[in-house]
Design a binder for this molecule. Structure first.
Ligand code: ATP
Ligand code: MG
Ligand code: MG
Ligand code: MG
Length: 439
């Protein structure tokens, strides 16, 4: 992409309404525009990051054997009356009436609808296990939408639902979700810690939240200093192997890590004092096992050879896709701007032409651009007629992992400058070498 033809409405001033770094930087870098409280347009660069996150979430869900579909945002009230949640959900639910006076709602989550799909099409235990998921916009009329996309009213969520014959099968699905979530966050360059959580209004027995450590997080967290060091790394996971998957879950949940809701001071004090950490975290996902809470009242049953019709065991599992954009920036920025991890960056590399219109600089930049495209990378070429300082400031603000600077003096010596956004280190080298390093 050439910056002169792109739509990147960068703000010079720091927006006064934004209280935390990620919100400020998303507005300044032209990633989002607020349309109403907690409701945002995703401008091109923000949309690109959102799509990259979505793609990683899809890949890891499919790898775990979970099947994507798409449910609508609007749901009929009748489904929620069946589960008993229509009244229970309260003012966070946006309720709408259509021209025929039918009550509808903008879905805050999809347990009822997926259960309805299941009961309409599945009859036999032979169709199990089954996990269906979608990535769809949700609406929750939050009392205090704030921190930009971190607590929006309209937000993008991946929500998946498992259907299993027995509790043990459903717990395997739970474990599969835990491991696939760990992989998902790691691929984004994030450390998200699974913490035992409170089951709250969805109800149920087992639940973990995934928290990214950040001072601006809304949850207070208590953990063993060894926990953030745990990494899944590149190990191959056989998601059908129950013991293997359960073993990984055990590895990641045995050391103490809890939010304030489930914190147990006595247990916490058993950790050696120098390893006891208290901090704040951003909830970027949550997994639940809730048994037959929805299948029973809504009649989601399967025929079995020995017990007749039985209600299925279910769980629901969510990732805050749009919140992750904010969480990633909270965890990756400095005073100059964003520092994208490679896994989610909107462009892989920025090319800065210090003397636009100079034949040798222009052609060197064009050649670099083509070379990156040939390597399957997505470069952003700042080809505007701007001062070097303004070009550098924009690149630092939008935070691409690499910047290549092309100027007349360097080109005369067959050199460009390669700068790493994260370390700030620059090195002169030939254009070919620079392409090699970035690719
Ligand atoms: P919170 O405690 O932050 O209100 P939640 O526990 O109500 O979140 P869940 O029902 O567990 O949310 O939804 C799954 C995921 O969706 C959350 O882990 C979070 O990452 C994301 N999410 C929830 N509410 C919002 C929101 N208002 N804006 C953006 N993302 C959200
Ligand atoms: Mg909430
Ligand atoms: Mg929560
Ligand atoms: Mg939650």
């Amino acid at each position: 992409m050439r910056l002169s033809r792109y739509f990147l409405p960068v703000l010079k001033e720091t927006p006064a309404e934004a209280q935390i770094a990620s919100h400020r930087l998303m507005l300044r870098a032209g990633m989002i525009k607020q349309q109403q409280a907690g409701i945002y347009s995703w401008l091109p660069m923000g949309y690109k990051v959102l799509k990259r996150i979505e793609q990683i979430v899809h890949e890891e869900q499919i790898r775990a054997g979970h099947i994507p579909l798409l449910m609508p945002t609007l749901q009929p009230a009748t489904l929620w009356q069946e589960s008993g949640r229509y009244d229970a959900y309260g003012p966070e639910m946006l309720r709408i009436r259509d021209r025929h006076d039918r009550d509808m709602l903008y879905g805050p989550t999809n347990e009822e609808m997926i259960t309805d799909i299941f009961r309409s099409h599945v009859e036999s235990y032979k169709s199990l296990p089954l996990t269906l998921y979608h990535i769809q916009w949700k609406f929750r009329d939050e009392v205090r939408p704030r921190f930009g996309v971190m607590r929006g009213r309209e937000f993008l969520m991946k929500d998946g639902y498992n259907f299993d014959l027995t509790k043990e099968d459903a717990l395997h699905a739970y474990n599969r979700h835990m491991v696939s979530y760990l992989r998902t966050y790691e691929r984004m360059g994030l450390t998200a810690i699974p913490m035992r959580a409170d089951s709250g209004p969805i109800g149920g027995d087992d639940t973990h939240e995934f928290l990214v450590l950040a001072e601006t997080g809304e949850s207070e967290v208590f953990y063993d200093a060894k926990v953030p060091e745990l990494k899944l790394g590149k190990r191959a996971v056989d998601y059908d192997n129950r013991d293997e998957v359960a073993g990984i879950c055990e590895e990641f949940t045995t050391l103490y890590a809890r939010t304030d809701e489930t914190h147990d001071e006595a247990l916490f004090n058993e950790i050696p004092e120098e390893r006891r950490k208290v901090g704040r975290g951003i909830e970027v996902g949550q997994i639940f096992y809730f048994g037959t809470k929805y299948s029973e009242p809504m009649g989601a049953t399967v025929n079995t050879p020995d017990q007749g019709k039985v209600p299925v065991h279910m769980g629901s599992h969510g990732i805050g896709v749009s919140r992750l954009v904010g969480a990633l920036i909270e965890a990756n920025h400095d005073e100059k701007g964003i520092i994208w991890p490679e896994g989610v960056t909107p462009f892989h590399v920025g090319i800065v032409n210090l003397k636009q219109g100079d034949v040798s600089c222009d052609s060197a930049c064009e050649a670099l651009y083509r070379a990156f495209v040939e390597h399957g990378l997505d470069p952003l070429y700042d080809d505007r007629e701007e001062r070097a300082g303004a070009k550098f400031a924009t690149m630092d603000l939008i935070g691409l992992p690499w910047r290549i600077t092309v100027g007349p003096r360097g080109i005369a010596a067959n050199k460009v400058e390669l700068t790493c956004r994260r370390t700030g280190e620059s090195e002169e080298m030939s254009a070919e070498k620079a392409v090699e390093k970035v690719a």
